[in-house]
Ligand binder design. Structure first.
Ligand code: OSB
Ligand code: MG
Length: 366
């Protein structure tokens, strides 16, 4: 398909509930929606999931806009590609900036599967018709967190990820475990600890956590390897994983026992598939993370999570978890505790372009 037109929509929405992590507070979510049009007028949608601030990764909304406008879009515009992996390969002449790349590549996967007349899930090799999902509980007063878990449990979520910091970990988790002794519980520290905190981290083993996500900094592979030898709780790497090579390093060093994939963080769905396959071959459990994204990226994650190797419920909560109204319909929702994998062509949902236009702060056309 020839990429005839690229449009970028910089939108902003308020989160239904402010989301607090050890990095800081997320209240408004800016995001960039990518729309590709081929020569026959078929369109594909993707999303650049970078945040406004460089807390989670170095990339931001503004750096993504720069890289997209000045490098990525000029490189793919009016070019013919036969498969999304060629788009990924072409964009990789530029270093870094995985989220900007993934926005384009994801939109091309949508376009590609529409042209093939199949669902994105099928194009990726997915098999599941519905997927069990988990939800993230943001940092808050313990009482509020307990109430949220109770509500999320009623909604059908099967795995609960608690945002913690080294200031509140023990207090929060012990209160949650007291009230919910058997739920599938994990924590995400977003790099809040260092090797000096090993004794504190060892105390968390008693809570039988499914995993602890990213205790240390993104490049601290060696320190994670030291910690993993000292604690029983499996470490899951999130921020550390930008590519398959990072997974290979983590595996070789035994720096973790679990991997979470976010297509944006690793440069797109092509790289996500490589990581999925590597994890399956090496018996490393793998799951799909979340980026407080709109339904476009969320439903792309649903398609990815339909692959057989994703054995742990992902951070793929319903549209209503973060949004008053999503930009797709039907919205992402839980039915009997599961999210259905769409079987329509491409993403298998309708993008609400009118709403995207209304939410746009800036629109770029190439
Ligand atoms: O580490 O997974 C993370 C949100 C902001 C920054 C980092 C992370 C998160 C999430 C997102 O946990 C959860 C979601 O998308 O619902
Ligand atoms: Mg995380």
């Amino acid at each position: 398909m020839l990429i005839q037109q690229v449009e970028l929509f910089l939108i902003e929405q308020q989160l239904r509930i402010p989301f607090k992590t050890s990095y800081g507070l997320y209240e408004n979510r800016e995001t960039i929606i990518v729309k590709l049009t081929d020569a026959s007028g078929t369109v594909g949608f993707g999303e650049v999931v970078a945040f406004s601030e460089p807390w989670y990764t170095a990339e931001t909304i503004q750096t993504s806009l720069h890289i997209l406008q000045d490098f990525l879009i000029p490189t793919i515009l009016n070019k013919v590609f036969t498969h999304p992996s060629e788009v990924a390969e072409t964009l990789n002449i530029f270093k870094g900036n995985p989220m900007a790349k993934a926005g384009i590549e994801g939109a091309y996967w949508d376009l590609f599967s529409k042209k093939k007349d199949i669902s994105l899930a099928k194009a990726l090799g997915g098999m599941k018709e519905e997927i069990p999902v988990g939800v993230v509980v943001s940092m808050n007063e313990p009482e509020v967190m307990l109430q949220q878990i109770e509500r999320f449990q009623i909604e059908g979520y099967e795995r609960f990820k608690i945002k913690v910091s080294k200031q509140n970990d023990y207090e929060v988790i012990s209160k949650i475990r007291d009230k919910f002794p058997t739920i599938s519980l994990m924590i995400d520290a977003n790099s809040d600890y260092t090797l000096n905190d090993i004794e504190q981290l060892k105390r968390l083993d008693q809570f039988k956590l499914l995993m602890i996500e990213q205790p240390f900094g993104d490049r601290d592979f060696m320190d994670h390897a030291i910690l993993q030898k000292e604690i029983a709780t499996p470490i899951c790497l999130d921020e550390s994983i930008y590519s398959l090579e990072d997974v290979e390093i983590a595996f070789a060093l035994q720096a973790c026992k679990i991997i979470t994939i976010k297509p944006g963080r690793v440069g797109g769905l092509t790289e996500s598939l490589k990581i999925h396959d590597y994890c399956v071959e090496n018996n490393m459990p793998v799951w799909v993370g979340g980026m407080i994204e709109t339904g476009i990226s969320r439903i792309q994650n649903v398609a990815l999570a339909s692959l057989a190797g994703f054995t742990i419920p992902g951070d793929i909560s319903a549209s209503s978890r973060h949004w008053e109204q999503d930009i797709i319909y039907p919205e992402v929702k839980l039915e009997n505790g599961k999210v259905k994998v769409p079987n329509g062509v491409g993403l298998g949902i309708t993008v609400n372009e009118e709403r995207i236009k209304n939410l746009s702060k800036k629109v770029f056309k190439f």
